[in-house]
Design a protein around this ligand. Structure first.
Ligand SMILES: Nc1ncnc2c1ncn2[C@@H]1O[C@H](COP(=O)(O)OP(=O)(O)O)[C@@H](O)[C@H]1O
Ligand SMILES: [Mg+2]
Length: 410
């Protein structure tokens, strides 16, 4: 036995067959030079932004589509090429500001980032939002310029902090700015997002509206083939099985290119770890399991405590072999748990709402069943490995206190 256990592992890893040529091109952050099956979308966004080439102000654009349909990639692609064209023509290049609202998720932080982009500095918190807005306006309007602001995942901002900044930004061209102009590209994964917007914001933000459809399996195959050529060594993939399977699995969810690329990359990592000199369909299936496990972990571990307690109640009923898990029984167990951990007991309706959310997340399945003359009830079952739920939840500080609890039999 070697004295230094890692030496052997590193050595084995390095001397094993090589699979990847360039792993980075398979990561979701990489923007390829070529986006197959998005010509129409690229042209639409490009045509709108082309106004900037003649020193005009492009209309605002609003883009919708499910995750992994290429929204971010297309916008970044068009902005990059627009800037290149401006340089080539010698016209002034727009200031492009890309903000992802899943992290830049308050009106204050959006404005602070915009100021920073113009070379100003704003404390992380502390100023009134109006003050940051005024600073932004005075810096922006100090000269003639066009700023193109991309608000990616803008639904996260509005959910958290309302549409105040959107309202202001969609208005400033006409009512506030004298020299500078702003164009906004809003991107949302949530198709229902529109319903939450002030109609005035909606009409100015949605001057141009574009929906990105999910990819079908054949399109995903093309996308994967191109990336695989750059990412894997020649002959490292079992063809055409590996790519077809990644595409089929991702298409079955909703035509998500990110998912398809993740499957391909993780399959490659599996083959590498096992010391194989090629990637086959088994590795793709392993990748599918790993990604699904990761997804469940992330979803369950980030649930608010009340939802965790509801889910743990369902888990306990399931573990104790309850034949019928109904909303009522879950509620009873949940109430007991709340008492043990000393948390407020939510009402039946709120708990029903939390159950519906867990259902939407795919963690459980809750089916409405008729209960004869007593009306309707929900029958609930767990939809992911129960062991995983147990492991994650029993790590929670509150839930640790309840592990000796046994739900009443019925
Ligand atoms: N048409 C395409 N061609 C090549 N890669 C693509 C294409 N569409 C999406 N991708 C890749 O898939 C991943 C997800 O795309 P992204 O633009 O982030 O999706 P969205 O923003 O709609 O969630 C990224 O790695 C992106 O490069
Ligand atoms: Mg995106």
């Amino acid at each position: 036995m070697s004295e230094k256990p890692l030496d052997a592992i590193f050595e084995k890893f390095l001397s094993g067959p090589k699979i990847f040529k360039d792993r980075e091109v398979l990561r979701p952050t990489y923007v390829p030079d070529n986006l197959p099956h998005r010509n129409k979308e690229i042209s639409r966004v490009g045509l709108t932004l082309a106004t900037a080439l003649k020193s005009g102000t492009p209309s605002n654009v609003f883009i919708y589509g499910k995750t992994g349909t290429g929204k971010t990639a297309v916008v970044r692609y068009v902005l990059k090429h627009l800037a290149e064209k401006c340089r080539e023509l010698g016209v002034s290049t727009p200031d492009n500001v890309y903000l992802n609202c899943s992290t830049v998720n308050t009106n204050y932080r959006v404005l602070a980032h915009l100021c920073e982009n113009l070379g100003g500095s704003v404390p992380f918190t502390g100023l009134p939002t109006d003050e940051v807005y005024s600073r932004f306006i005075s810096m922006l309007d100090s000269g003639k310029r066009l700023m193109i602001i991309v608000l990616d995942e803008v639904d996260k901002l509005v959910d958290k902090d309302g549409d105040g900044v959107l309202y202001d930004l969609t208005r400033i061209n006409h009512s506030v700015l004298r020299l500078a102009r702003v164009s906004i590209i809003g991107i949302s994964n949530n198709l229902k997002f529109k319903e939450n917007l002030d109609p005035r914001v909606l009409s100015s933000l949605g001057e141009e509206e574009l929906v990105f459809p999910p990819y079908v399996a054949l399109e995903l195959q093309d996308i994967l083939r191109e990336r695989a050529r750059m990412g894997f060594l020649d002959g490292a993939l079992e063809e055409p099985g590996v790519i077809n399977l990644c595409a089929a699995l991702a298409a079955r969810e909703h035509g998500d290119a990110r998912r398809a690329l993740d499957l391909l990359r993780v399959a490659g990592e599996q083959a590498e770890r096992l010391g194989m000199n090629g990637v086959n369909e088994d590795h793709v299936r392993m990748a599918q399991n790993i990604l699904e496990t990761d997804r469940v972990s992330e979803v369950v571990s980030t649930l608010p405590i009340q939802s965790k307690l509801v889910l743990y109640s369902i888990y306990l009923l399931d573990r104790n072999g309850s034949s019928k898990i109904t909303t009522g029984r879950v509620y009873n167990v949940y109430s007991d748990l709340c008492k043990i951990v000393n948390l407020e007991i939510l009402g039946q309706r709120r708990v029903s709402g939390l159950i519906a959310e867990l259902d939407m997340l795919g963690i459980i399945v809750a089916k409405l069943k008729s209960e004869g003359r007593y009306g309707m009830t929900k029958k609930i079952r767990i939809n992911v490995p129960a062991k995983q739920i147990k492991e994650i939840l029993e790590n929670d500080y509150h839930i640790k206190k309840t592990v000796n609890y046994v739900p009443p039999r019925s």
